[in-house]
Design a protein. Structure first.
Length: 269
């Protein structure tokens, strides 16, 4: 009975991921060098997949690493992926590489966040943008989404806040649909409920910047002018640790010449 329940549980979880990825049993079977019949037997609990098969299917379904451990447990196997704290000595080389990358990107802003947008590292360009943010938002642990959308954070200075807020919330919705993370859902519910700060009295709607045709910019007021950035997010390929798998490096690239000039002048000063 225990084996049957285990097989049905892992089968249901794999079916969920297959349907999330919008693949048929045949398509998944072809990718995993299996048969549609075998995939069907796994999903209905008639066949127990080996640990290797669980991992192969998870890879072709692009299942997040944390959830791959859940699949292995559901199938009756030990987890394969560790979750090593970033301050562990074993992560020393990784931390040094991240610090070097962030420093090399200055004076442009860049930061590293974990799976719930906790800030684990940032450069001086990010520090510059945090001028005027309420002290309680800067207390550890820092959270990038909370800093951005809170009425006492960056939100009052973001000129295109409705568009940028919508982009961030949609990004979180996609992640929640894939990872089914309770902490991420709680963060989403919190920031989605933040009131929109009032627009400055008499302010004109900002004209569309020249970069709007290829990427939504972040347009933020700082030191008496509006800086414009486009965001790029990088992750680590083939991670074998949950911590590394959930890290994301976000870099803000100047989207106009005025922003480039401002940041260069600041760096020279």
């Amino acid at each position: 009975m225990t084996t049957t329940l285990t097989e049905k549980r892992v089968g249901a979880m794999l079916r969920h991921w297959r349907e999330t990825r919008r693949l048929s049993q045949l398509e998944l079977a072809l990718r995993a060098d299996s048969s549609a019949r075998h995939i069907s037997f796994i999903e209905t609990g008639r066949s127990r997949p080996s640990a290797d098969m669980v991992l192969k299917l998870a890879e072709h379904l692009d299942v997040p690493v944390r959830e791959r451990n859940d699949l292995l447990l559901a199938a009756g196997y030990a987890p394969q992926y560790r979750e090593t704290p970033l301050d562990d000595p074993a992560m020393g080389a990784l931390r040094a590489g991240i610090d070097q990358l962030l420093k090399g990107y200055e004076p442009y802003p860049a930061l590293v966040v974990d799976g719930t947008y906790g800030v684990v590292a940032a450069n001086s360009g990010i520090g510059m943008l945090l001028d005027g943010v309420a002290g309680h938002l800067l207390a550890s642990p820092l959270n990038a989404i909370r800093l951005t959308l809170h009425p006492e954070g960056l939100a009052p200075r973001i000129r295109n806040l409705p568009e940028w807020r919508g982009h961030l919330l949609h990004q979180m919705e996609r992640q929640i649909a894939l990872a089914r993370s309770a902490p991420l859902r709680a963060l989403y519910d919190e920031v989605a409920a933040y009131p929109m700060p009032p627009a400055p009295e008499g302010a004109e709607p900002p004209a569309a910047p020249p970069t709007a045709h290829f990427a939504l910019p972040l347009r933020i007021e700082h030191a008496g002018q509006v800086l414009s950035f486009v965001s790029s997010i990088s992750t680590f390929n083939t991670p074998m640790d949950i911590t590394v798998a959930e890290l994301a490096i976000e870099t803000l690239l100047p989207a106009d010449r005025a922003t480039v000039a401002f940041l260069r002048e600041r760096a020279d000063a």
